[in-house]
Design a protein around this ligand. Structure first.
Ligand code: AHM
Ligand code: MG
Length: 281
């Protein structure tokens, strides 16, 4: 696992460099979800592939930007599922973006996630890593090196609300719940990049990030293997909760296809308990 973490640190520096140096235009391809790919999406994907090719414990790679499994090492133990550059459409307006990694052992389902990590490319590079034991660890870069900052613990209740999905497609009970949070004094924090948005809620003690099922996207937008499950581990290990619209822990999801999505809610305990009430689950 140590070598995988070192690889993610190397990847973080390389992708950060690419963000700063490379062309921001579109490539002439689209990804498995039918979205146009930026040259940076394709390049970040390639950076990750090349770095993990040197890590013998990685058996397979599954990327949000590609269909199918990329085989690396016959004797490897882990499959790394990753979103190379989440929120990449925000690069041209110079907002923070991120990379997300889920490290699975065996079949690709939440139960088999052994660790997860994400990198935030903001004014500085930060990384958070979680395993099944202990709190997530925050790393910051200083003079181009990652330094451990400490453990992340969420409060029982927070003050921030990041409500995803197009409001006109929200269910009435979801709208009523989110309106209720704002009426209670919650502050809106939504950049459109799940990595910085979830990172902010984690580091500022708590709140709620939601990306519900909507009338146009009943299963939400965010992908289970690359986005939802890795962050579910982070939130649970930090003392918060992560559930779907049925009240099920996201850490129990079993995707039937690598690119399956799920409605998802990440937050501190108080907000998630209130959400379960509002959804009647
Ligand atoms: P991407 O993987 O194509 O970048 O899409 C995922 C992003 C998340 O970072 C973010 O939470 C969400 O899409 C925002 O979607 P919306 O614009 O519908 O709020
Ligand atoms: Mg993404």
């Amino acid at each position: 696992m140590e070598l995988i973490i070192d690889a993610i640190k190397e990847i973080a520096h390389r992708i950060d460099e690419a963000i700063k140096m490379e062309d921001l235009g579109y490539s002439d391809s689209s990804n498995s979800s039918g979205e146009d790919q930026l040259k940076l999406d394709v390049q970040s994907d390639l950076i990750i592939e090349r770095v993990f090719a040197k890590v013998s414990s990685v058996k397979n790679l599954v990327s949000e930007e590609k269909e199918g499994v990329h085989h690396l090492h016959d004797d490897g133990r882990f499959t790394v599922c990753y979103d190379p550059l989440d929120g990449s459409s925000l690069v041209d307006v110079n907002l923070s973006v991120g990379s997300i990694f889920g490290i699975y052992e065996g079949e690709l389902k939440a139960e088999n996630l052994v660790a997860s990590a994400y990198v935030v490319y903001g004014p500085r590079i930060e990384m958070v890593m979680a395993t099944r034991e202990g709190k997530p660890t925050l790393y910051c870069t200083r003079r181009n090196h990652f330094e451990t900052v400490g453990e992340i613990t969420m409060n029982e209740k927070g003050k921030l609300c990041a409500p995803g999905g197009t409001q006109k497609h929200w269910a009435p009970h979801h709208k009523a719940f989110i309106d209720g949070l704002f009426n209670d004094g919650y502050r809106l924090r939504y950049s459109g990049g799940m990595v910085p948005d979830l990172h902010q809620i984690l580091l500022k003690g708590g709140g709620l990030f939601s990306y519900p099922g909507t009338t146009d996207k009943p299963d939400g937008k965010l992908r289970q293997l690359f986005e939802v499950i890795p962050f579910a581990l982070m939130y649970e290990q930090a003392g918060g909760q992560a559930i779907n619209d049925k009240g099920m822990r996201l850490m129990e999801l079993v995707p039937s296809h690598p690119h399956d999505t799920s409605p998802c809610f990440f937050g501190s305990n108080s907000e998630i308990e209130a959400l379960k009430n509002a959804y009647g689950v």
